[in-house]
Write a protein that binds this ligand. Sequence first.
Ligand SMILES: Cc1cc2nc3c(=O)[nH]c(=O)nc-3n(C[C@H](O)[C@H](O)[C@H](O)COP(=O)(O)O)c2cc1C
Length: 166
Amino acid sequence: MREVALTELSVDVVNLWMNRWLLLTAGTVADCNMMTVAWGSIGCMWSRPFAQIVVRPQRHTRKYIEQSDSFTLCAFPEKYRKDLQTLGTLSGRDGDKLAKTGLTLKASQRVAAPSYNEASFILECRKIYYQDMDPRGFVDKTIQDNYAAKDYHRIYFGEILSVYCE
Ligand SMILES: Cc1cc2nc3c(=O)[nH]c(=O)nc-3n(C[C@H](O)[C@H](O)[C@H](O)COP(=O)(O)O)c2cc1C
């Protein structure tokens, strides 16, 4: 892995989220939780590069994000797809789901939230903003179809502090 300057960050961003997925991790190497995410963005806000994620209230990972000031987003080679399915289906609330995968934690460089030895792309983020999704803002009313249980996401913005690529 090599560190990439923030000004040189260039990713196929829609494909990354929609098709490759990312693994969101918060906490510390000693005590963390992770979940697969496919909805989010990468951009510029408040003149800073950011990654934005959305997390439903029932996710165990949300407790870790709330208690932390950082999170990481990692992408993996295609051979780890099954592991992303596992981490996006099981809950850390019910046991050590990471042990059921081939992924192994490693310390990040600039944030407490860990990343993974197997990752091919890593964003280290400092939590800077959150907001609860307000359904009154659903101009397209079909968006509501994603929330039968009214479990609206909390939106988090993380300032990207470091980027690593293969
Ligand atoms: C491809 C994929 C994408 C997902 N994207 C999100 C997402 O963006 N936000 C979210 O809250 N849950 C998302 N999930 C669901 C969580 O990853 C899943 O509920 C996970 O088991 C939560 O784990 P936890 O309870 O240990 O946090 C996604 C699941 C998959 C398989």
